[in-house]
Design a protein around this ligand. Structure first.
Ligand code: AMP
Length: 403
């Protein structure tokens, strides 16, 4: 981190979840994070705030009733610990919003109407848009002097062809209730596909890329010449890959079965699928570092969880090869994708006949840099490309306010 001695313009990026606010003050030109942090356990007895600035970490534990208090605590920390926001040349606040549906084609300057329109999309993203809107409302109130911009997780997937985004559901019902696939994590997929091309010294328009965003949430995308043509998340971020706590793909009849036979209502099933399933549901842990420890100790549930996770990923990779025809790049990103060489190896193991060959000597070492991990002969270049959603959001924010 650097100090503000050579102050550029900055953007404050806010990612407001139901019980957390993640923030970063970032230079949108060179990507330097001037400060970052996380407010967790909003609404619980004890909230936790972690603020990072200039190499130091400040941690506070105190009750944080709601998102207003969360942002107030963050602004107070900027005052106390730095950087001084009055001197930080903040040109705008960028808000991550999960669902923009077909209402928002791209990043949008927020006014009262836009805020209402984002709130109106909440039925399509009931777990995400309401806290996103709350963050926007609080942000606009407490930082009223700068423009606020919404950056949507769905925008990058607006280019999906109808064959990819349409569910085979009765047409009138699908249309009336806006039921289609929208995708999510788009900011990351766009950033990583472009970054992969940049690192290779190629134009994104020349490359077919599969991006595997493997964090606590996980999604895959197929990007043809810089344009997204398929992705694994659907109406909501529940569809697709096995995730930390989400089922990913599951027969929808499981919902009927549980409702009829387990006496569970829709809210309980929603919670079960989103919060208590996935790797955690199978093994008791959702952090891959813990999962590997359990496997090493001989835990069969953990082993099966990893097997299911890898199997689902391999099916998606095969499918996206068929969608794209040929694949120039496979890019791993996010917490698991960037750090877990075992997952990367298992996902692509034995795919030499498809032209994919990982080099263990490149795959195993840890590094924070974008890098190639395939052999020279591999027809598909396999890469690890760290995602940077805050920087990607900040850049989109600057595009909007300079337009
Ligand atoms: P994200 O959602 O991108 O922040 O990713 C968070 C997840 O990344 C955690 O829940 C872990 O499962 C995983 N993760 C983070 N660091 C490591 C690591 N060193 N090795 C394996 N998995 C990791």
């Amino acid at each position: 981190m650097t100090s503000l001695a050579t102050a550029h313009d900055t953007v404050l990026v806010l990612n407001s979840g139901s019980s957390s606010v993640k923030y970063q003050l970032v230079d949108p030109v060179d990507g330097t994070p001037l400060a970052s942090g996380l407010v967790e356990r909003i609404g619980e007895d004890t909230g936790v705030v972690t603020h990072k600035h200039d190499g130091s970490v400040t941690k506070r534990e105190q009750p944080i009733k709601n998102h207003t208090e969360a942002l107030e605590v963050v602004l107070a920390l900027f005052d106390e610990v730095g950087p001084n926001l009055a001197e930080a040349h903040i040109v705008a606040v960028g808000h991550r919003v999960v669902q923009g549906a077909d209402v928002f084609a791209g990043p949008t300057l927020i006014d009262d109407q836009v805020q209402q329109d984002i709130a109106a999309l909440s039925p399509l993203a009931p777990l995400h848009n309401p806290p996103n809107v709350e963050g926007i409302a609080v942000g606009r109130r407490l930082l009223a002097e700068v423009p606020h911009v919404a950056v949507f997780d769905t925008s990058f997937f607006r280019t999906l062809p109808p064959a990819a985004y349409t569910y085979a559901l009765r047409k009138d019902v699908a249309e009336k209730y806006s039921v289609r696939r929208y995708g999510a994590h788009g900011t990351s997929h766009e950033f990583v596909s472009q970054e992969a091309a940049r690192v290779l010294g190629r134009d994104a328009a020349e490359l077919n890329t599969i991006v595997l965003h493997l964090g606590n949430g996980a999604s895959a995308s197929a990007v043809r010449g810089g344009v997204a043509v398929e992705t694994s998340m659907g109406l909501t971020p529940l569809e697709g890959l096995v995730m930390g706590t989400r089922t990913g793909d599951i027969d929808p009849a499981v919902v009927f079965h549980l409702a009829r036979n387990a006496g569970m209502d829709i809210e309980q099933i929603d919670h079960l699928f989103n919060k208590e399933s996935g790797i955690k549901g199978l093994s008791g842990e959702n952090d891959f570092r813990e999962l590997h420890k359990l496997i090493a100790a001989g835990n069969e549930d953990a082993k099966l969880a990893l097997d299911v996770y890898i199997h689902r990923l391999r099916k998606y990779i095969g499918a996206y090869f068929a969608v794209l025809g040929h694949v120039d790049v496979i890019a791993f990103t996010a917490g698991v994708g960037e750090n877990d060489h075992v997952v990367r190896e298992l996902v692509l193991e034995g795919l030499e006949p498809m032209g994919i060959e990982i080099d263990p000597a490149k795959n195993e070492p840890r590094s924070g840099d974008a890098r190639i991990i395939s052999t020279e002969q591999s027809r598909t270049t396999v890469m690890v490309v760290p995602t940077n959603e805050e920087l990607a959001i900040a850049r989109q924010v600057v595009d909007v306010i300079s337009a």
